[in-house]
Design a protein around this ligand. Structure first.
Ligand code: FAD
Length: 516
């Protein structure tokens, strides 16, 4: 369906001729997805037009035009996630890549304000120069540094630097009908330091467990809390990706992959590491993910996986320690030593080898290995993403789905990368989050269906076992599966959608619709 000419011309007037297109070549380039669990086709529906707004006023003008002409829109920051796609016709894209400025780094009050196309790699580099660091979504530092773009925003540094919803401060929001709303302290002053006030506190409206995935207007700027960085202002890097590493391991840094006799014992060790606050990064990676971080090819990955699984005695986690001073570093190493003794922990040799350790520290801190950690071999991301709760509970939940994964590995439908789930600790153990990754073959419908079946089993497990709402709750269908078991939160979510988006202009197929 071609856009009405008067709408197209009005959009052109907003962004300029060179920043809008309805050329099929451009539209199809936005529609390519290399295999998805829910929709394993390679092309998704195309947008009617793509626009590249430069600032908040242009975003607002586009949103108002969409409301007036009764057409939908959808924004994206880097366009990394499949939830950036429309699921049917009649949608205009707002590609925010021209909004790429770091607005402010406030060293004294420890926050940073960015536009949507600033990526974490940029922000982290600027912060490190100032002795600061931020959490980075586990999806990688190539993703938007806007703390309300990433799906959940949990990442490698969440042990010491929390994540998305908890770090979010002031936000500038073009609401679904085009009104500009400034949240938190920004609503009462020009200051970004607080997400809840003075000024309107709508944090629970604009995001909850996950962000609305494009279904509730457009966020044009946002502030996030940043943290102390104990490392150097710059990392002198040598080599070529993924084989690059700092020329020397920064003083006060140490990386280990620690493995334990059983999952229960490992969970106790994670708790102790949290209590003693020694972890800069604590990721419950399984050996497959550690191999993925390092391996340069599938062949190397398979060989490393065998080597690592032969060596580990049981479940483990990746730990990076960063000392704030030589004494602090000594204290942290000593505390770790005691924890290792108490819980019979052992360290994987390949990771602590000084030849490899610098590279691991760099790739995990810079968050450059995510794609390999999650998509090695098949190029696809598949798995179940649990919710966020107590570490032990999340581990129990996500472990249940691993049994069905094993049955598909046995049938040859999934790649055998082990079934131990990946569980991570957040805020020194205050919270936990678990995921079960699956290496499936998108070109094989049976394999794609196996991945989907694990996803559905995990959803049923969450309901029956009362494990809370997982993060993969996208669409009316999945929300309606959880709503009746969780105080009918869906009624409130739909009321919010209806109140803020009376014309249903903000395309919300990955969020929720306002249907009764
Ligand atoms: C391999 C892989 C690993 C991942 N690992 C993690 C992980 O460890 N932790 C985690 O939290 N997530 C993870 N994810 C999901 C991930 O968070 C998102 O895919 C990623 O953050 C999206 O990049 P982005 O932040 O640039 O947002 P985009 O991909 O551009 O957008 C994400 C969603 O938010 C909406 N959106 C984006 N920007 C705006 C805006 N300015 N205004 C309104 N709506 C907007 C989009 O419509 C879309 O629905 C992973 C994804 C992949 C593919």
């Amino acid at each position: 369906m071609a856009l009405k000419r008067d709408l197209y011309r009005a959009l052109e007037d907003v962004v300029g001729k060179e920043n809008i297109s309805e050329d099929p070549v451009i539209l199809y380039s936005y529609a390519w997805r290399s295999g998805l669990i829910a929709t394993p086709q390679l092309f998704v529906p195309t947008f009617e037009a793509v626009t590249l707004p430069r600032n908040t006023e242009e975003v607002q003008a586009i949103v108002k035009l969409c409301n007036r002409f009764k057409i939908q829109y959808k924004a994206s920051s880097t366009g990394w996630g499949p939830y950036c796609d429309p699921t049917g016709p009649g949608v205009i894209k707002l590609d925010l890549r021209r909004m790429d400025r770091i607005i402010e780094i406030n060293e004294k009050n420890m926050y940073a304000v960015v536009e949507p196309y600033v990526i974490y790699a940029q922000l982290q580099g600027e912060l490190m120069k100032r002795g600061l660091v931020c959490n980075i979504t586990g999806a990688g530092s190539n993703c938007s540094a806007l703390p309300i773009a990433a799906h959940q925003g949990i990442g490698h540094m969440s042990q010491s630097a929390s994540y998305g919803e908890r770090n979010l401060l002031g936000v500038e929001w073009v609401a679904p009908d085009g009104e500009i709303i400034r949240l938190g302290s920004l609503g009462a002053s020009s200051q970004w330091f607080c997400g809840d006030g003075p000024g309107p506190s709508l944090r629970g409206v604009i995001r909850g467990n996950t962000v609305p995935l494009g279904g509730l207007g457009v966020y044009t700027r946002a502030a996030q809390k940043v943290y102390h960085w104990p490392g150097p202002a710059t990392f002198p890097i040598e080599g070529v990706s993924p084989d690059y590493k700092p020329s020397e391991i920064p003083a006060g840094f140490m990386v280990r992959y620690l493995h334990f006799p059983s999952a229960d014992i490992m969970t106790q060790a994670v708790r102790k590491v949290g209590e003693s606050e020694i972890g800069f990064i604590l990721m419950g990676f399984n050996p497959a993910m550690v191999c993925g971080n390092k391996a340069r090819s599938n062949e190397e990955d398979v060989a490393l996986f065998k080597k690592y699984t032969d060596e580990v005695q049981g479940p483990g986690f990746l730990l990076i320690i960063a000392g704030n001073s030589p004494d602090d570093f000594e204290y942290k190493k000593e505390a770790l030593q005691q924890i290792m003794q108490e819980f019979n922990g052992k360290s994987l040799k390949d990771v602590e080898d000084p030849e490899n350790a610098g590279g691991f520290i760099w790739r995990f801190t810079r968050v450059t290995g995510s794609l390999r950690e999650t998509c090695r071999a098949t190029g696809c991301f598949g798995g179940e993403v649990g919710g966020t709760d107590v570490f032990g509970l999340m581990r129990t939940y996500i472990s249940r789905a691993s049994k069905v994964k094993q049955s598909y590995i046995d049938k040859g439908l999934l790649h055998a990368d082990g079934t131990d789930p990946f569980v991570q600790s957040i805020e020194h153990g205050h919270q936990g989050h678990g995921e079960l990754l699956i290496r499936y073959k998108p070109s094989n419908p049976e394999s794609a269906m196996a991945a989907r079946e694990i996803f559905m089993v995990a959803n049923r497990t969450a309901v029956e076992g009362k494990f809370g709402v997982p993060a993969h709750v996208w669409s009316d269908e999945i929300h309606d599966m959880f709503g009746p078991h969780t105080s009918n939160y869906t009624r409130w979510l739909r009321k919010i959608k209806k109140a803020f988006d009376p014309n249903a202009a903000s395309e919300s197929s990955h969020y929720i619709s306002a249907k009764e």
